[in-house]
Ligand binder design. Structure first.
Ligand code: C2E
Ligand code: MG
Ligand code: MG
Ligand code: MG
Length: 288
């Protein structure tokens, strides 16, 4: 009986191993195929940018937009960045993709200005490998020059973990960008590990409250406390503060009541193709 049980356990173990190996191969294969596809995505013009408005909570006006990349995969349709940015980061394709995003966002910002719209700050997400690129500052300067866009209309979003890896190096690079006139913000604030002492040495103009703290804001006393703490920290450090993922009026009202400066989220608009931005500029919301 004991032998039989042992035999069954072994069989089960073997099957489990086979099962996992099979699963792993499927995802590994998928991953490699996506990585391979990503190498050509820029040249084959499969990337698109959508833009999500950022709204000033006092005036109700759109003052900026965040550029968010989408991949129109020839077989798999539209793929969200969460599913391919980490792969591009791993394979190194992120440098070319990031460069394309930066140049396209600057070009679009300039095109809106040329069309006579009130100028918007356009925000671009920067991932770790892209930030580490020795030529980042030069690439940003080139993108601005080629688009004939003044640096004051560009903002870069970085994450806490990115800048906390090597504080000295990050401070130097960010000071260079700041000296050019570019604004820097910290994305997903509160989800990483920030040294508060280091935070004040960075030339940051804005903290973004992560949407995980906004989601249950109406019901969760913890999330309310966290949001208030981030708002007050931002203001103490002379930064502005924006909440991402604002979906309801209740969330917006809480944030406005706590003194949050700006918001971004489905309540005002989802990320949209560039052609839809001009209409959204007209649609100022009633101040909270
Ligand atoms: P993120 O920069 O924190 O962007 C916010 C994400 O939240 C976006 O997802 C946006 O579509 C989504 N979002 C906005 N409003 C709401 C809302 O009200 N509710 C909910 N549930 N979600 C909302 P998306 O576009 O899928 O991008 C995901 C992440 O991928 C971004 O997070 C960013 O980290 C990264 N990413 C996107 N575009 C780029 C890029 O061009 N370069 C790099 N390096 N990363 C990018
Ligand atoms: Mg962002
Ligand atoms: Mg974010
Ligand atoms: Mg995020």
């Amino acid at each position: 009986n004991a032998d039989a049980a042992m035999y069954r356990a072994k069989e089960l173990g073997k099957n489990n191993c086979q099962f996992y190996a099979h699963e792993m191969n499927a995802t590994l294969e998928q991953k490699l195929a996506l990585m391979d596809g990503l190498r050509r995505a820029v040249d084959d013009q499969q990337l698109r940018l959508v833009y999500q408005p950022k709204v000033d909570l006092q005036s109700g006006h759109v003052f900026g937009v965040e550029a968010l990349v989408r991949w129109e995969h020839p077989e798999r349709g539209q793929i969200r960045p969460d599913q391919f940015i980490p792969l591009a980061e791993e394979s190194g394709s992120i440098v070319a993709i990031g460069e394309w995003v930066l140049r396209e966002a600057c070009r679009q910002a300039r095109a809106w200005q040329d069309a006579g719209h009130a100028p918007l700050v356009v925000s671009v997400n920067v991932s770790p490998r892209q930030f580490d690129d020795r030529r980042l500052v030069a690439r940003v300067a080139d993108a601005l020059r080629d688009a004939r866009l003044d640096a004051c209309w560009l903002e870069l979003e970085v994450t806490e973990s990115l800048i906390m890896r090597d504080v000295g190096q990050a401070v130097d690079k960010m000071r260079e960008l700041e000296a050019m006139g570019i604004a820097l913000s910290i994305d997903d604030f509160g989800t990483g590990y920030s040294s508060l002492a280091a935070l004040k040495s960075f030339p940051i103009s804005r903290l973004k409250i992560d949407k995980s703290f906004v989601r249950d804001l109406a019901h969760s006393a913890d999330d309310q406390a966290i949001a208030r703490a981030i708002i007050s920290l931002s203001h103490q450090l002379q930064m502005r503060v924006i909440a991402e993922g604002v979906e309801t009026e209740q969330q917006r009202d809480f944030l406005a009541q706590y003194g949050c400066d700006e918001m971004q989220g489905y309540l005002f608009s989802k990320p949209v193709p560039p052609g839809e931005i001009p209409t959204l500029l007209e649609r100022a919301v009633a101040p909270a």
